[in-house]
Ligand binder design. Structure first.
Ligand code: URA
Length: 260
Protein backbone atom coordinates (compact mmCIF):
# COMPACT_ATOMS: atom_id res chain seq x y z
CA UNK A 1 0.00 0.00 0.00
CA UNK A 2 2.85 2.37 0.87
CA UNK A 3 4.50 1.61 -2.45
CA UNK A 4 2.05 4.06 -4.05
CA UNK A 5 3.64 7.02 -2.29
CA UNK A 6 3.62 9.98 -4.58
CA UNK A 7 6.52 12.35 -4.98
CA UNK A 8 5.19 15.00 -2.59
CA UNK A 9 4.33 12.52 0.15
CA UNK A 10 7.72 10.85 -0.18
CA UNK A 11 9.43 14.24 -0.04
CA UNK A 12 7.41 15.28 3.01
CA UNK A 13 8.36 12.02 4.75
CA UNK A 14 12.00 12.58 3.95
CA UNK A 15 11.88 16.13 5.27
CA UNK A 16 10.18 14.83 8.39
CA UNK A 17 13.03 12.40 8.96
CA UNK A 18 15.56 15.17 8.48
CA UNK A 19 13.66 17.31 10.96
CA UNK A 20 13.94 14.44 13.40
CA UNK A 21 17.69 14.48 13.01
CA UNK A 22 18.27 11.66 10.50
CA UNK A 23 21.10 13.17 8.50
CA UNK A 24 22.70 10.12 6.97
CA UNK A 25 21.66 6.81 5.50
CA UNK A 26 22.98 3.81 7.41
CA UNK A 27 24.05 0.62 5.66
CA UNK A 28 26.15 0.02 2.56
CA UNK A 29 23.50 -1.65 0.43
CA UNK A 30 20.18 0.03 -0.28
CA UNK A 31 17.12 -1.71 1.13
CA UNK A 32 13.68 -1.24 -0.30
CA UNK A 33 11.71 -1.44 2.91
CA UNK A 34 8.40 -1.23 1.13
CA UNK A 35 9.07 -4.58 -0.51
CA UNK A 36 10.64 -6.26 2.45
CA UNK A 37 7.39 -7.34 4.14
CA UNK A 38 6.26 -9.19 0.99
CA UNK A 39 9.36 -11.34 1.03
CA UNK A 40 9.79 -11.80 4.73
CA UNK A 41 6.80 -10.73 6.76
CA UNK A 42 7.97 -9.61 10.17
CA UNK A 43 6.00 -11.07 13.04
CA UNK A 44 3.98 -8.34 14.74
CA UNK A 45 4.92 -7.82 18.39
CA UNK A 46 2.65 -9.61 20.80
CA UNK A 47 0.14 -7.48 22.62
CA UNK A 48 1.81 -6.13 25.77
CA UNK A 49 -1.27 -6.83 27.85
CA UNK A 50 -2.95 -9.57 29.73
CA UNK A 51 -6.52 -9.82 28.55
CA UNK A 52 -9.18 -12.25 29.62
CA UNK A 53 -10.22 -13.03 26.02
CA UNK A 54 -7.66 -13.89 23.35
CA UNK A 55 -6.67 -10.84 21.31
CA UNK A 56 -5.63 -10.99 17.68
CA UNK A 57 -2.12 -9.53 17.90
CA UNK A 58 -2.39 -8.17 14.36
CA UNK A 59 -5.62 -6.27 14.98
CA UNK A 60 -4.51 -2.88 16.31
CA UNK A 61 -7.97 -1.91 17.52
CA UNK A 62 -8.41 -5.18 19.44
CA UNK A 63 -4.94 -4.83 20.97
CA UNK A 64 -5.70 -1.24 21.95
CA UNK A 65 -9.02 -2.27 23.48
CA UNK A 66 -7.39 -4.94 25.61
CA UNK A 67 -4.54 -2.64 26.65
CA UNK A 68 -6.91 0.20 27.54
CA UNK A 69 -9.25 -2.10 29.46
CA UNK A 70 -6.35 -3.39 31.54
CA UNK A 71 -5.51 0.12 32.79
CA UNK A 72 -6.82 0.66 36.31
CA UNK A 73 -5.71 4.27 36.69
CA UNK A 74 -4.18 7.12 34.69
CA UNK A 75 -0.62 5.99 35.31
CA UNK A 76 -1.60 2.53 34.06
CA UNK A 77 -3.26 4.01 31.00
CA UNK A 78 -0.20 6.09 30.19
CA UNK A 79 1.97 3.00 30.49
CA UNK A 80 -0.43 1.00 28.30
CA UNK A 81 -0.28 3.69 25.63
CA UNK A 82 3.50 3.86 25.83
CA UNK A 83 3.59 0.10 25.27
CA UNK A 84 1.28 0.17 22.26
CA UNK A 85 3.40 -0.57 19.22
CA UNK A 86 0.82 -0.56 16.43
CA UNK A 87 0.70 3.13 15.63
CA UNK A 88 3.44 4.20 13.24
CA UNK A 89 3.30 7.75 14.56
CA UNK A 90 5.06 6.56 17.68
CA UNK A 91 8.22 5.94 15.71
CA UNK A 92 8.48 9.49 14.45
CA UNK A 93 7.58 11.11 17.76
CA UNK A 94 9.97 12.32 20.42
CA UNK A 95 7.51 11.96 23.26
CA UNK A 96 4.19 10.46 24.18
CA UNK A 97 1.88 13.35 24.91
CA UNK A 98 -0.56 11.95 27.42
CA UNK A 99 -2.34 14.76 29.25
CA UNK A 100 -1.95 17.84 31.37
CA UNK A 101 -3.93 19.53 34.08
CA UNK A 102 -5.90 18.30 37.01
CA UNK A 103 -7.75 14.96 36.60
CA UNK A 104 -10.19 16.13 39.27
CA UNK A 105 -11.35 18.96 36.98
CA UNK A 106 -14.97 19.16 35.95
CA UNK A 107 -14.02 19.80 32.31
CA UNK A 108 -11.93 17.61 30.05
CA UNK A 109 -10.70 19.25 26.85
CA UNK A 110 -9.96 16.88 23.98
CA UNK A 111 -7.84 18.21 21.13
CA UNK A 112 -6.47 16.61 18.03
CA UNK A 113 -2.82 15.64 18.24
CA UNK A 114 0.46 17.10 19.45
CA UNK A 115 2.32 19.60 17.32
CA UNK A 116 6.01 20.38 17.40
CA UNK A 117 6.13 22.07 20.80
CA UNK A 118 3.97 19.40 22.41
CA UNK A 119 6.13 16.66 20.92
CA UNK A 120 9.23 18.32 22.35
CA UNK A 121 7.79 18.90 25.81
CA UNK A 122 5.56 15.82 26.11
CA UNK A 123 2.60 17.99 27.19
CA UNK A 124 -0.54 18.86 25.23
CA UNK A 125 -1.35 22.39 24.09
CA UNK A 126 1.86 24.17 25.01
CA UNK A 127 2.56 25.91 21.68
CA UNK A 128 0.88 29.05 20.36
CA UNK A 129 -2.53 27.38 20.12
CA UNK A 130 -2.09 26.08 23.64
CA UNK A 131 -1.25 29.51 24.96
CA UNK A 132 -4.42 30.83 23.37
CA UNK A 133 -6.34 27.93 24.92
CA UNK A 134 -4.94 28.88 28.34
CA UNK A 135 -6.10 32.48 27.84
CA UNK A 136 -9.55 31.30 26.74
CA UNK A 137 -9.89 29.09 29.80
CA UNK A 138 -8.59 31.85 32.07
CA UNK A 139 -11.40 34.05 30.75
CA UNK A 140 -13.88 31.68 32.41
CA UNK A 141 -11.78 31.23 35.53
CA UNK A 142 -10.11 27.93 34.66
CA UNK A 143 -6.45 27.06 34.82
CA UNK A 144 -4.80 23.73 34.07
CA UNK A 145 -2.42 24.25 36.99
CA UNK A 146 -5.20 24.75 39.52
CA UNK A 147 -5.57 22.24 42.31
CA UNK A 148 -9.14 23.30 42.89
CA UNK A 149 -11.40 21.04 40.84
CA UNK A 150 -13.86 23.80 40.05
CA UNK A 151 -11.13 26.08 38.69
CA UNK A 152 -9.13 23.40 36.96
CA UNK A 153 -9.15 21.77 33.57
CA UNK A 154 -7.82 18.49 32.27
CA UNK A 155 -6.44 18.40 28.73
CA UNK A 156 -5.66 15.58 26.33
CA UNK A 157 -5.75 14.76 22.62
CA UNK A 158 -7.19 12.06 20.39
CA UNK A 159 -3.67 11.06 19.35
CA UNK A 160 -0.72 11.03 21.77
CA UNK A 161 1.97 11.22 19.06
CA UNK A 162 2.71 13.99 16.61
CA UNK A 163 1.74 13.22 13.00
CA UNK A 164 4.44 14.07 10.42
CA UNK A 165 4.19 17.65 9.15
CA UNK A 166 1.21 18.06 11.50
CA UNK A 167 -0.96 16.32 8.93
CA UNK A 168 -4.47 15.23 9.87
CA UNK A 169 -4.64 11.86 11.62
CA UNK A 170 -5.89 9.07 9.37
CA UNK A 171 -9.15 7.25 10.19
CA UNK A 172 -7.06 4.14 11.00
CA UNK A 173 -4.89 6.05 13.47
CA UNK A 174 -7.98 7.50 15.12
CA UNK A 175 -9.69 4.09 15.30
CA UNK A 176 -6.72 2.41 16.94
CA UNK A 177 -6.26 5.15 19.55
CA UNK A 178 -9.94 5.54 20.41
CA UNK A 179 -10.02 2.72 22.98
CA UNK A 180 -7.42 4.70 24.95
CA UNK A 181 -9.42 7.91 24.64
CA UNK A 182 -12.56 6.15 25.89
CA UNK A 183 -10.73 4.67 28.86
CA UNK A 184 -9.11 8.03 29.55
CA UNK A 185 -12.53 9.68 29.74
CA UNK A 186 -13.84 6.82 31.94
CA UNK A 187 -10.96 7.19 34.38
CA UNK A 188 -11.15 10.99 34.59
CA UNK A 189 -14.97 10.99 34.66
CA UNK A 190 -15.41 14.71 34.01
CA UNK A 191 -18.79 16.43 34.05
CA UNK A 192 -18.37 17.78 30.53
CA UNK A 193 -16.18 17.34 27.49
CA UNK A 194 -14.96 20.14 25.26
CA UNK A 195 -14.25 18.84 21.77
CA UNK A 196 -11.64 21.08 20.17
CA UNK A 197 -11.99 21.13 16.39
CA UNK A 198 -12.99 18.77 13.63
CA UNK A 199 -10.76 15.81 14.43
CA UNK A 200 -12.03 15.57 17.97
CA UNK A 201 -15.64 15.80 16.71
CA UNK A 202 -14.99 13.23 14.01
CA UNK A 203 -13.51 10.83 16.56
CA UNK A 204 -16.06 11.31 19.33
CA UNK A 205 -19.24 12.24 17.49
CA UNK A 206 -18.60 10.59 14.13
CA UNK A 207 -19.32 14.00 12.57
CA UNK A 208 -17.28 16.78 11.04
CA UNK A 209 -18.28 20.34 10.19
CA UNK A 210 -17.13 22.32 13.21
CA UNK A 211 -18.75 25.52 11.92
CA UNK A 212 -22.16 23.92 12.33
CA UNK A 213 -21.35 21.76 15.34
CA UNK A 214 -19.73 24.41 17.53
CA UNK A 215 -21.75 26.08 20.20
CA UNK A 216 -24.31 23.26 20.37
CA UNK A 217 -24.30 20.91 23.32
CA UNK A 218 -24.33 17.31 22.28
CA UNK A 219 -23.37 14.00 23.88
CA UNK A 220 -20.15 12.02 23.57
CA UNK A 221 -19.29 8.86 25.51
CA UNK A 222 -22.41 9.44 27.59
CA UNK A 223 -21.31 12.90 28.73
CA UNK A 224 -22.39 16.41 27.77
CA UNK A 225 -20.01 17.58 25.07
CA UNK A 226 -19.45 21.00 23.58
CA UNK A 227 -17.72 21.25 20.20
CA UNK A 228 -15.65 24.41 19.81
CA UNK A 229 -13.36 25.95 17.23
CA UNK A 230 -9.82 24.73 17.70
CA UNK A 231 -7.52 27.48 19.05
CA UNK A 232 -5.20 26.92 16.06
CA UNK A 233 -8.16 27.82 13.82
CA UNK A 234 -8.78 30.91 15.95
CA UNK A 235 -5.18 32.01 15.46
CA UNK A 236 -5.71 31.84 11.71
CA UNK A 237 -9.23 33.29 11.83
CA UNK A 238 -9.34 35.86 14.61
CA UNK A 239 -12.87 36.95 13.64
CA UNK A 240 -14.08 33.53 14.92
CA UNK A 241 -12.93 34.39 18.46
CA UNK A 242 -16.33 35.97 18.99
CA UNK A 243 -17.99 32.58 18.49
CA UNK A 244 -15.43 30.96 20.75
CA UNK A 245 -16.22 33.49 23.46
CA UNK A 246 -19.91 32.69 23.10
CA UNK A 247 -19.13 28.98 23.48
CA UNK A 248 -16.98 29.56 26.54
CA UNK A 249 -19.84 31.42 28.18
CA UNK A 250 -22.15 28.50 27.35
CA UNK A 251 -19.69 26.17 29.00
CA UNK A 252 -19.44 28.35 32.07
CA UNK A 253 -23.23 28.64 32.33
CA UNK A 254 -23.65 24.88 32.10
CA UNK A 255 -21.10 24.24 34.83
CA UNK A 256 -22.76 26.82 37.06
CA UNK A 257 -26.17 25.25 36.49
CA UNK A 258 -24.83 21.81 37.30
CA UNK A 259 -23.60 23.10 40.66
CA UNK A 260 -26.96 24.47 41.78
N1 URA B 1 -3.29 21.05 18.83
C1 URA B 1 -3.94 20.04 19.42
O1 URA B 1 -5.02 19.65 18.99
N2 URA B 1 -3.37 19.49 20.49
C2 URA B 1 -2.22 19.90 20.99
O2 URA B 1 -1.78 19.33 21.99
C3 URA B 1 -1.57 20.96 20.36
C4 URA B 1 -2.10 21.53 19.27
Amino acid sequence: MESQLDYHTAKALLEWQIELGATEAIGDAPVNRYEAPKEAPKPKPAAPVTASAPVAADDPVAVAQAAAASAQDLAGLKAAMAGFEHCELKRGARNLVFADGNPAARIMVIGEAPGRDEDLQGRPFVGRAGQLLDRMLAAIGRDRASEVADQAVYITNILPWRPPQNRDPTPEEIAMMMPFVRRHVDLVAPQALVLMGNISCQALLGRKGITRLRGNWTEALGLPALPMFHPAYLLRNPHAKRDAWHDLLMLQARLREAKT
